[in-house]
Design a protein around this ligand. Structure first.
Ligand code: NAP
Length: 555
């Protein structure tokens, strides 16, 4: 018997150093780590000790014998990875990184943002140095996309916040929530009160399709819809027209799959989750029966991960529908599929698509329909979305990548709701340099770069550093890299000592933001939300307006 890593793996690699026989791959040091969908356990080497289970922050690891039917396939998925990448174990001794000398005094770091990238950076700093961390967020709640992005039916993924809760119990980390940098405190003031500032502000907006009709009522970004159903206070008053029978989602990444599930799951399933009450009420009234997911490239190039695609097949009352004609491959994709070197996860995406295509849908069920090689050219309707027109694409090779090109054929599909799910996008951060193309702050391993030199004491981590890709735990390796640079700069005397200490910062903020939410305030919000969820068997009932959040924070 072996342990098996399953769907909700967050890739933070907490399990890797815990394995006494070093059988979890890829490790953060391997090139495959950057693109892997998840981590895997080699069944032939696992000694069944369970050490990885305790280390996993999202409860993704199970004993083979305990796998639920919906996860059973992950035994083979783990094993397949090692057929393609045989385990080479070198048992290098773990090196404990050096801490900065105590003679340097306490390192003071401001972290802007309180999402996963910020939290992993704070966690790493707390482990590695005598440090005071001041964490700022413009929302009255911490955890960023863990709270406002992860889909409500993925509660395991949200468990990562419990890990941060316990790491951040000590006074060395202070929350300054409901504080906006640039409004309540300036970048210069942050610099004056700290040795270093890490911007971990994520990618707060979305990309646009740039097609006619994109701004018609009924056409929205998936990021808005996600923020709405997750109770983000800035999106709580949005409305989405769920009166029609068909919604179309453009893009086929994991966000598209999250949205497709929320639109099709029975409301009684969602009622067990922490979905915002306003969204649950709206979804109870929804008439949507079919969600069409449009991918601009083919089934082998789909952006969703195979594990999330596999999980769709286990949804109650929902069929995944694919016309087998959609699965005909161009010669290059076919060659890739038949190449013995293909990544098992990529091959699995295609195999799953074929399995879905072979099934007969139940007319009583809702449907998630996948269409490939389709790019929207217009969204049309009188005053409201009525249809979407898309071009049929061919794949052409460009610099070794298969990209979509319109073939000239078009088709139109009626729909009353269109959600574009084509990726998040970073926004400029104050006066820091900004790369418009990638939507990131230019940096070298996390050190911000302006005019070819490092801006002393200024760092980035997470999506604003590397772009909007990767799962929650991908931020751990990213944060480790940024913190490594910051500590090296501190140790080599490159960081200016702060002019103001923690007391000075507190007094400055007290004058600027009387509604600041600190650790006690967040704990009061958390307790109020969890308490409200208890009677309904829900993890929490989210407070979705700033007023209600601040009222709860005041206790
Ligand atoms: P994503 O994975 O980058 O997917 C974006 C999709 O939009 C791709 O299908 C892309 O196609 C398509 N696209 C981009 N520009 C387009 C255009 N102009 N016209 C049509 N299609 C276009 O982004 P995401 O879904 O927002 O996810 C962001 C990150 O969060 C990903 O790393 C994702 O895995 C992660 N995430 C994970 C989970 C989970 O683990 N459950 C949940 C949510 C998000 P091309 O591939 O052709 O570019």
């Amino acid at each position: 018997m072996a342990y098996v890593i399953t769907q909700r793996c967050c890739n933070d690699a907490s399990c890797v150093p815990e394995c006494p026989v070093d059988c979890i791959r890829p490790t953060p040091e391997q090139p495959e780590f950057a693109t892997t969908e998840q981590l895997y356990i080699d069944p032939d080497t696992c000694i069944d000790c369970g050490a990885c289970v305790d280390a996993c922050p999202v409860d993704a690891i199970f004993s083979e014998d305990d796998l639920l039917a919906s996860l059973a396939r992950f035994s083979d998925i783990n094993a397949a990875y090692f057929k393609r990448h045989p385990l080479e174990s070198n048992f290098d001794p773990l090196v404990t990184p050096a801490r900065p000398s105590k003679d340097l005094g306490t390192l003071r770091v401001a972290i802007v943002g309180a999402g996963p990238a910020a939290c992993y950076a704070a966690d790493e700093l707390l482990r590695r140095a005598d440090v005071e961390v001041e964490m700022f967020d413009r929302l009255p709640t911490p955890y960023g996309l863990v709270r406002a992005g992860v889909a409500p039916d993925h509660p395991g993924t949200k468990n990562v916040s419990s890990m941060f809760e316990s790491a951040f119990r000590r006074e060395t980390l202070q929350y300054h929530l409901n504080v906006e940098v640039g409004k309540h405190i300036s970048h210069e003031e942050l610099v004056a009160h700290h040795h270093a500032v890490i911007y971990a502000v994520g990618a707060s907006t979305d990309r646009r399709l740039d097609v006619p009709g994109e701004d018609l009522p009924g056409s929205h970004s998936a990021t808005e819809f996600v923020a709405w159903y997750n109770g983000h206070p800035d999106y709580a008053d949005r409305t989405f027209d769920l009166s029609g029978e068909r919604a179309v989602i453009v893009g086929n990444g994991n966000v598209a799959l999250d949205v497709a599930r929320v639109l099709t799951l029975p409301p009684e399933e969602l009622a067990k989750t922490d979905i915002a009450d306003h969204a649950l009420d709206a979804l109870r009234q929804s008439n949507i029966r079919e969600v069409v997911v449009l991918g601009r490239r083919g089934p082998l190039q789909a952006a969703y991960t195979s594990s999330e695609f596999l999980a769709l097949g286990h949804l109650k009352g929902v069929d995944v529908v694919i016309d087998s004609a959609e699965l005909e491959l161009d010669p290059e994709s076919l060659a890739l599929l038949n190449d013995s070197d293909i990544e098992p996860s990529q091959k699995l995406k295609y195999e799953l698509a074929r399995e879905y295509a072979a099934e007969s849908p139940d007319p009583a069920n809702k449907r998630i329909v996948f269409r490939y090689l389709a790019s929207p050219t217009a969204i049309t309707g009188d005053n409201h979305v009525e249809a979407i027109t898309f071009a049929h694409n061919e794949l052409v090779s460009e610099n070794g990548v298969l990209v979509a090109r319109a073939s000239g054929e078009t088709a139109t599909l009626s729909a009353s709701l269109v959600l574009r799910s084509i990726g998040y996008r970073g926004q400029p951060v104050g006066d820091l340099p900004f790369d418009q193309r990638s939507g990131t702050v230019p940096n070298e391993h996390g050190r911000v770069v302006a005019d070819g030199s490092h801006l002393p004491g200024i760092y980035v981590s997470g999506w604003i550093k590397r772009g909007p890709r990767g799962v929650i735990g991908s931020n751990r390796v990213d944060a480790t890299e940024t913190v490594e640079q910051l500590l090296a700069d501190f140790t080599s005397g490159k960081l200016q000592a702060p002019q103001g200490d923690r007391a000075a910062l507190k007094s400055l903020l007290a004058g600027r933001q009387p509604d600041l939410v600190d650790r006690a305030g967040w704990k009061a919000i958390d307790a109020a939300e969890r308490g409200a969820g208890k009677s309904g068997g829900r993890p929490r009932v989210k407070l979705t307006s700033r007023e209600d959040l601040l009222k709860a924070a005041r206790g």
